[in-house]
Structure formats: C-alpha cells, structure tokens
Design a protein around this ligand. Sequence first.
Ligand SMILES: [Zn+2]
Length: 558
Amino acid sequence: MRGPKGDAYNQAHKRVVDQDEAVGHAVRATYMYSAMADVAALTGDKRYLAAIDALWNDVVSKKLYITGGIGATGNGEAFGQPFELPNMSAYAETCAAIANVYWNQRMFLLHGDAKYVDVLERTLYNGLLAGVSLSGDHFFYPNPLASMGQHQRGAWFACACCISNMTRFMASVPGYVYAQNANDLYVNLFMTSTSAVQLPTGKVSLAQQTNYPWDGQLDLAVNPAKRQDFTLRVRIPGWAQQQPTPGGLYRFVDDTPQPIALRLNGQPVAYTLDHGYAVLNRRWQKGDHVTLTLPMAAEQVVARAEVRDDRGKFAWQRGPLVYCLEGPDNANGLVQNITVDQKAPVEIVYQDGLLNGLDVLKASGAGTHRQLGSIQLLTTPQAVQAIPYYAWANRGPSDMTVWVPYEMAAARPQPAPTVASRSTASSSLKSTRTLKALADQYDPANSQDASYPYLHWWPKKNTTEFVQYDFAEPATVSESRVYWFDDGPWGGCRIPASYKVYYQQDGQWLPVKNTTPYTITKDAYNTVTFEPVRTTALKLEVQLPVDNAAGIHEWAVQ
Ligand SMILES: [Zn+2]
C-alpha cells in the first residue's frame, strides 16, 4: 500500500518521508521503518534520515513498554496514542517485538550509537523472549504486562505469524553480538560465544565468557592473527548508567551512579565513552583480555506520569531483565493486590529448581483485601517474590503483574469472600479462562471498558446462554446485580435481549419470583430483587440479541 492519502493502518496516510509519528499496525510499521533506516543508510537521503529519527524518537519517548514491547492496542494491532500503554490489555505482539529488534539493529548500523542496542537488548530479553515458553513449543501472540490468568501461550494459532517468526528470529541471534565498521569493532551483546571477524588490518578471533544476564562479569578474549591496530568499542548499557531507556519515558528511582569497571589484561584501563561505547584504541595482540564488570543491583523503574496505568507503581529491573510478580510465588496465588514500599530492601536469590534456574527477587510487602460489610481495605504484611518476565506463564494460568504498586490506591484488592466469589463459576462457554472475571469485584468504568477481564459469547448471536454459580455451601439469596459488557458500535457485543435468574432446587432449575423488574441497561449494574430462596446454585440465563453477542463484566449475588 502506498501513500499519501491512504490508511494510517498501513502507514499509507502520508509519504514515508513526511511521517514523524508511529501509527497504525505495529508490525507493518516497524518492518517499514527497518527498510527506511536501510534506505537512509545506503543513500544518505536526508529526508529519510529526518523521518526515521523522528519516528524512533516518537516510539521510545511515548510508545514503548518497559519490556521493549510495542503496539499497545489490539484494535488494529496498532500503536496507541502517546503514553497509552495499558498493561493487562497490552497487545505488544511477539512479531512487533521481533520487528523492534530488526529496526533498532538497523538504527544502530545507521548511526553507530549504543542507545539503539539498549532498546534492542531490552526487547530481546523481555518482550520478545516472553513470546515463547521455556519448553520452546508454546507461544504468545500478545504479550500483556498484567494478567488474571486469562492469558496462556498456545501451540498454534489460526494466524501463526508469531510462531514462525520466533523460529526464524532465534536462529539469527548470534548476528547481533558484534558489528564492524572499517577498523571499529563493536561489542553489542554479552553472551558466551566464539566469533571470528575480518577487519581491514586482519582477522580477529573473539571469545566471550560470561554468566550474563545473571551477573555483570564479562571476559572477552581478543586474539588477532597478528599484532594489529584497531578500535574495540565495548557497549556500556544505558541501564548500567541509570538510564533504563533513551527518551526519558522511564527512569530509575535511584539514579546514583553505579561503578562500572573495565580492565585490560587485569589492569584498570582508562577509556573514553563515545555514543555509549567504551573506546579502546590500541595495538592488539594474541592473549589480550578485556574484562567488563557491570553493576547488577535490582533497580526500581518508574514511568512518566502520563502513563496512566503505571501511576503509583514501579517495575523491578536487574541488568537487562525486567521482573514480574506471578501467582505461584506469592500468597494466595494473587499479585494484583500486592504493594511494596519503594524503600523495601531486595534480596537476590538464585533458585536452581525454579523455571530452569533463575535469580528471583525477594522483598517484604503487603497484600490488600476487601472485607464483607465494610469499604475499609484490610492490609496484611507478606513476603513478595518476583521472577524475570520472560519466564512467566510456564506454570499454568496465573495472576501476573510487571508493575508493582507502591501506593495502596494503585493496587487491586483481593475480592471479599462473598457468595459469588466463593462459588464455583461455570458457563455455556467451552473456555474457562474468563470465569474469574464474574466475581473479581473490579467495577468497570463503563460497559465497553476492556482494560480488565470480562466474559463474552462473541461471535455467537441470537442464542440462549448461561453463567452459573455453585455455592460453597447452601445460602439464602434475594438479589442479583449484573454489569453487562457492550463494546458497541465497533465491537460485536451488546446488552442482551433479555435475561432471567434461576435457582436450583432438588436438581431442578426454577425461575426466581422477582419483586423488581428485570432491567437491561448499559454502563451500570442491573439489579433485580426476588423472594428469598435457600439454594446451592444460581443461574443467569441470557438471551443474546438477534444480531450480536453479549458479555458480562461482573455478576454479584446477595
Ligand atoms: Zn505475529
């Protein structure tokens, strides 16, 4: 598709050289930006150069997740508005993360600046790597930064772009470790490896020995075929200089400079820092060793205040790894209700048996809980554990969050033990993924609010469906409150045509005798009261509209 005057969806709204804001489908966009960076590099065309720099600045300063993910919204698989970076509904397609690596690699090749490799590395270790399971055979399409268990990797999708893309990408990773420009040799990524590079002055063998990203120690053996002059440029990551991303979208809470040590043959060496690289220009010979020691403290990252979903929260990062809280490591399998003080000390503990072996972060925090009959929240101290984000969702469906509230107002309290929340929920849907949404006690902003889970019957229409609560023990109930999901006019769900409440007695479903009328309205709870019944199960029978599906945000029972 070629612009101008086409759709922003496929970046055909303007001539490419007139584009300065990342819009539309994120994968298509970043593939095109990769090509634009190549055109700029190969032709030196200043219009391309100006456009591609503006586009990159727009993404890193306004549209980049802390995980390196891009493309905030599932609506058009697209970039969102500036600072629109929702966590639970984040799209951040695996393909878009891969494309972000492609693009930043080309921006690096164009400009020779380490800031592009900073974005590349962040994406590689976090938003991209989370796209594949530890077993290597299950894949995410979107990569959310928060979950209530509704997200799971799949073995295959109808649209399987991310799966084949991941397979292709993984094989290309060695190609990102080094780069060369005349007699400048760039060390971009740190991983145990051996390489051979042909410089104009001769051949150089390189061997990296490191346990990165678990520790910040890198040993690089530099073995030229003969004594030769060249410039070694060793990347000093932005995160090691207290700058998590270029562009100021994120910052470390503690910006105290941390020690970085560079040694040559065991001796500290003076170096200049140029475009993010420690520059070592000398005559190299066989047996030379460069040793880099990077600071590996667990840092707290905060986002700019414009990012609404990250307010009152921090994310943990250690080295290039972004961490998350996941249900199996935390009390009651819940993490949305956790708060951690910004001054809480963090312990880094290697756990051999966990998720193929990894460093976890441990801290003291608190859990917030709703109570019955009171709006007062209950707070209890608890131990909090974080794992690297890439390793999440390898232990079944679970709660997860990258952003950790440090203010109670930013946390989502554990639901109160109501009849509904203590019930076993079921429905006419095959999938059980969204059942938890029914009694999670999260009130939506309105019927079309998609930021938190809801249950829906799309693409069904004109059928009779149900949701059901089987109570933990017999209870007397006399009120039902339901909040409908309705994503009109663009989505496929509307408020239902009608609905009815049934209760179970002697294995039979009987309609309740309502004492107020059934109402069906958008953007509010629909309450119906009925003559009290003592029962063990309640059912909501929902008649879908003729031309649409319907859905439910919340169903409360009294
Ligand atoms: Zn994809």
